[in-house]
Design a protein around this ligand. Structure first.
Ligand code: GLA
Length: 730
């Protein structure tokens, strides 16, 4: 059993294989957090301290007790209104507009399996394991409010999930002004916080800093999880490294606005919390209505950041991603975007497909430019009708020609968007999010469709199906190229609910799409990695990691992304040099090795312009990817160096059972006749021998993991090496 409940002390203990999470209901009915750490038996109710706190707010149910204050006690679901003056998870107003509630325990329930959330993505388990759900309900009778806290225990991946459902069980209106999903309260600790920040074309650079007095937060008010701050945060010991120290993390399973915060309080306690952003948010609940706080995935490691990442990689691969592509090798593709942009003909695509087939690839993806009058980015979004003149025939005919050339066919769409210059907008201007009487802020000359409205979703879904039904389309790239700025829906008087309802709408469309097209491989994209989050991965197993395809920058982007997400979800392509975003030239072999370290591998350049030597290298790369893709998709990923600070980028994929490993390196900074560099692998079976496949030489795992393997000394910039070790079993 993963969940143990002691009814006498009202203590709930959640065990995963290596961790324990514990809480209890105290004498006043408040749900206190006791512990989240290394797996432990017993009750940790000695951890919260009770000293004279009369300088803080007392307990309203026992004002004489000067040692009790919710302002200092560790809690599971702190709320505004009863003395906790730290940053809380919930703020509500009643029908009179009055702030405040008082949530106390009323009941709990435990069940086997993992809870699902209505209309929202959530982790699941299809394995016959000890996955269990605990539901604890807190209530405020005065205003008719209940909050059901959901805890999912995924023991095999060392993950605890959290969600919360806020219910108006009274008759008057309650307005939710702030709703976050979960917090972790630490009674003491000296920590660093790590967030993953960036911009368009440079996403998820890790940034680590001390937690200091006050509050530190990142988040998004952009209507998308964003390029700027990823909805993933790590808290760790100040001396934690890849392989040592304690670390906790929160991952938001949601693609819209969020806020992640760490607060160090007056008594040096720490609160880490995550959930919906309270900006541009004010959600009304009439009697009988409810609001779901999207899921948070939490994990803990007492062995550094590497184990934390491994827990998350396993969880996202097996418990978040779904569908038949979850465990299947992905096609190696060529994408038309950086080869042709908007300017292509059907014949040119067929020639690209023939060349792709010749180089051993599996698929051609026709990117933007195939519909309406889409010759540039000023028009036609919303009109998903095939431009048959441009393609030289119907879409079905083009697909047949491409299939006949020997490759599968994929297509690009951006369904949430509309250009003012489109038939859809001319017919339904009120379907775009725009504030009446105010000129809307355009992004890439486009507006965002109001996906909170069922009729808008129906129109777009029907248009998409009409395209997908025209032929053998096996891959869909779903793009989203601007933020949500103008928040106004013609369908409601409560504009504070629109962005949240938009995401319920998006998930509704995605769910219907994956149900109707179970064989379709979907890749997300948001001007690159602007909506790269666990919410997305519930519907599609990969995301275009960044519009920056420069090999050098991609080392950092993929390195940063790997802290919270498995390589299997990263779309990564080899593009032309000098790179279109930063002008850099990186060797083709390094570009290939870096790109094939993402699960969605491919090429994004005009293959027909390549000299024969480059074609030979690419043929070998496609084969190399096929040889290593299972380890990329299912193996453990090791960050052997930090490309932001180290001269050599080194990384490794190893089988869970240690039977094989691929160790890669790329020289990121070269000095003439410089020092010898060594790559030191991890995750091999101690005491075992390994044969390196290319050289056929046998090495001792212990020596490799102690002193490593020298890289060639005359290291040219972007020289790459890939060593494949296979354990020599007796
Ligand atoms: C975005 C994507 C690109 C490409 C273009 C097409 O920028 O990130 O990969 O699909 O849109 O317009």
């Amino acid at each position: 059993m993963s969940i143990r409940i002691d009814d006498a002390t009202r203590t709930f203990t959640l065990h995963t294989r290596n961790t324990t999470y514990q809480m209890h209901v105290d004498e006043y009915g408040y749900l206190l957090h006791l512990y989240y750490g290394t797996r432990s038996e017993g009750t940790m109710d000695y951890l919260p301290t009770y000293a004279d706190r009369s300088g803080c707010c007392a307990c309203p149910h026992d004002v004489a007790n000067r040692t009790y204050s919710l302002d200092v006690l560790p809690q599971e679901f702190p709320f505004q209104g009863n003395g906790d003056l730290r940053s809380t998870l919930l703020q509500v107003r009643d029908g009179e507009g009055v702030f405040g509630c008082d949530l106390r325990y009323v009941r709990h329930e435990m069940r086997d399996g993992k809870y699902a959330l209505p209309g929202l993505p959530a982790a699941y388990s299809d394995a016959a394991d000890d996955t269990q759900t605990l539901s604890v309900t807190l209530a405020d009778e005065r205003i008719g409010l209940e909050v059901e806290l959901l805890f999912g225990v995924l023991p095999d991946v060392d993950v605890i999930t959290r969600a919360a459902i806020v219910k108006n069980v009274g008759t008057g209106r309650i307005t939710v002004e702030k709703l976050q999903t979960a917090c972790l309260d630490f009674v003491h600790g000296s920590f660093d916080v790590i967030t993953f920040n960036g911009q368009h074309c440079m996403e998820r650079k890790p940034s680590r800093q001390h937690v200091l007095p006050g509050s530190f937060s990142v988040g998004s008010r952009r209507g998308q999880s964003s390029h700027q701050y990823n909805p993933f945060m790590i808290l760790c010991d100040r001396d934690a490294t890849e392989t040592a120290g304690r670390a906790w993390s929160m991952t938001f399973v949601y693609s819209g606005n969020f806020k992640a915060e760490v607060e160090q309080t007056q008594y040096q306690q720490i609160r880490m919390q995550m959930g919906l952003s309270d900006e541009l948010f004010s959600y009304p609940l009439e009697g009988g209505e409810q609001l779901v706080a999207p899921e948070i995935i939490m994990t803990y490691s007492n062995a550094g950041l590497e184990r934390l990442s491994h827990n998350l990689h396993r969880c996202i691969r097996k418990n978040v991603c779904r569908g038949e592509w979850r465990d299947a090798p992905r096609p190696v593709l060529v994408n038309s975007w950086e080869a042709h942009y908007f300017n292509f003909t059907g014949d040119e695509l067929v020639r690209l497909a023939e060349k792709a087939a010749d180089l051993g690839m599996d698929m051609l993806v026709m990117d933007d430019g195939w519909f309406g009058e889409r010759h540039d980015d000023f028009r036609s979004l919303g009109d998903w009708t095939v431009n048959e003149e441009k393609l030289g025939g119907t879409l079905g005919q083009l697909i047949e020609r491409i299939n006949a050339a020997g490759v599968k066919f994929g297509i690009w769409v951006e369904p949430e968007m509309v250009n003012e210059n489109s038939d859809l907008y001319r017919a339904h201007p009120d379907w775009a999010l725009a504030v009446p009487g105010k000129a809307p802020a355009l992004g890439r000359d486009q507006l965002v469709l109001d996906f909170s409205r069922a009729e808008v979703r129906k129109n777009i879904f029907d248009q998409l199906c009409a395209v997908l039904d025209q032929g053998n389309i096996e891959y869909l790239k779903w793009d989203f190229n601007r933020s949500i700025v103008d928040i106004y829906s013609h369908a409601t008087a409560d504009q504070g609910r629109v962005v949240y309802d938009y995401y319920l709408g998006l998930y509704d469309v995605l769910e219907r799409l994956v149900q109707r097209y179970p064989h379709l491989l979907i890749e997300g994209c948001a001007a690159g990695g602007g909506r790269f989050d666990a919410g997305w991965f519930h519907y599609a197993p990969q995301f275009w990691t960044s519009d920056n395809t420069d090999g050098h920058d991609r080392m950092t982007i993929q390195y940063g992304s790997s802290f919270g997400y498995p390589c299997s979800v990263m779309g990564a392509h080899v593009s032309a040099c000098p790179n279109e975003v930063n002008g850099r030239t990186v060797s083709l072999s390094a570009r290939g090795l870096i790109a094939m370290s993402g699960g969605g591998f491919g090429y994004e350049l005009d293959l027909l312009e390549l000299p024969e030597r480059a074609c030979e290298i690419i043929r070998n790369q496609v084969q190399q990817f096929r040889d290593m893709e299972r380890l990329v998709r299912e193996g453990l990923y090791y960050r052997l160096s930090n490309p932001m600070t180290d001269d050599v980028y080194m990384w490794e994929f190893a089988a869970e059972d240690g039977s094989e490993a691929i160790v890669n390196s790329v020289i990121a900074k070269a000095e003439g006749y410089g020092e010898a560099r060594y790559v030191v692998p991890r995750g091999l079976t101690p005491g075992a021998l390994y044969r390196e496949v290319n050289s056929d030489r046998v090495y001792a795992a212990n020596a490799l993991m102690d002193m490593g393997l020298p890289l060639p000394v005359s290291s040219a910039l972007y020289m790459s090496r890939s060593y494949r070790f296979v354990r020599v079993d007796e």
